[in-house]
Design a binder for this molecule. Structure first.
Ligand SMILES: Nc1ncnc2c1ncn2[C@@H]1O[C@H](COP(=O)(O)OP(=O)(O)OP(=O)(O)O)[C@@H](O)[C@H]1O
Length: 248
């Protein structure tokens, strides 16, 4: 399998900006690391504050790596329609859609700003159906939708923007077990249809072991271990073993 994601000597430092004073380095961020990924569903795990979201945001281009640090290379097996092939779906999905927008308006924006043609609407309805939602939701605002429905709208939006890599940051933590299972089934079906790659940021090792092919463990801002899911029981790191023990 070819590497579809290569991170070369990447690092992230957060600074406290101060008026008329040199900026001050803060704790946190990510120490320099390199990583090559060929598996199509990746989990990022680690304790709170270990740097999972920072890594996800770097891959998504939401945070910029340190100046002079390395780069992020995507080698996806198809020509990309957009420069940034990544879409990130956050835990805080209730704020992911403008509360004043209807589902239709939120989705029209992702296809093409103010392009309200019949063709756009049909495209939106097709994708909405693919994520298991009915077109009756088009006129609804986020406050009239369940958490699971909002998440599906966010996934529909990612597909409409023709993203190829979806990063799901603790995206399942507010769903009950039944809905988590349905969401994972949906993601697998969409992956097959649209050739998607997934990066799942989670505290839930059980979920990651079920869904992901490879697991990246972070500890205090550094890469602790990268391991194929099938090999997890042979993890070398005591930290990873402790995370496994904590979830058994
Ligand atoms: N915008 C920011 N400015 C300054 N420090 C930050 C910023 N974002 C994250 N950090 C710091 O970087 C470290 C890693 O944070 P990050 O959110 O990546 O961790 P995490 O593993 O995703 O945590 P959690 O599981 O609690 O969401 C933490 O110490 C955090 O305080």
């Amino acid at each position: 399998m070819e590497n579809w994601l290569v991170l070369e000597q990447l690092s992230k430092t957060y600074y406290k900006e101060r008026l008329f004073m040199p900026r001050e380095k803060m704790d946190g961020g990510l120490k320099p690391f390199s990583l090559c990924i060929s598996e199509e569903i990746i989990g990022i795990l680690g304790e709170s504050g270990s740097g999972k979201t920072t890594l996800a945001k770097l891959i998504a281009g939401i945070e910029k790596p340190d100046k002079g640090s390395g780069e992020i290379i995507f080698r996806l097996n198809e020509p990309l329609k957009q420069k940034n092939p990544v879409s990130m779906i956050f835990q805080e999905y209730t704020s992911a859609i403008n509360p004043d927008f209807t589902v239709e308006k939120a989705l029209v924006e992702s296809v093409s700003k103010n392009n309200k043609t019949q063709e756009t609407k049909e495209k939106i309805i097709t994708v909405l159906n693919k994520v298991g939602l009915s077109e009756e939701l088009l006129d609804k605002k986020p406050r009239n939708l369940s958490g699971g429905q909002i998440q599906r709208v966010c996934i529909a939006r990612s597909i409409l923007t023709e993203a190829k890599v979806l990063i799901l940051d603790e995206a399942f933590s507010s769903l009950d077990l039944f809905n988590v299972e349905r969401m994972l089934e949906l993601l697998l079906a969409l992956k097959k249809e649209f050739n998607l790659y997934y990066i799942v940021v989670t505290h839930n090792l059980e979920l990651a072991t079920y869904f992901c092919d490879k697991l990246i463990f972070l500890k205090e801002g550094h890469l602790e271990e990268v391991i194929e899911t099938s090999q997890l029981m042979h993890a070398k790191s005591a930290y990873v073993q402790a995370l496994i023990d904590a979830q058994i």
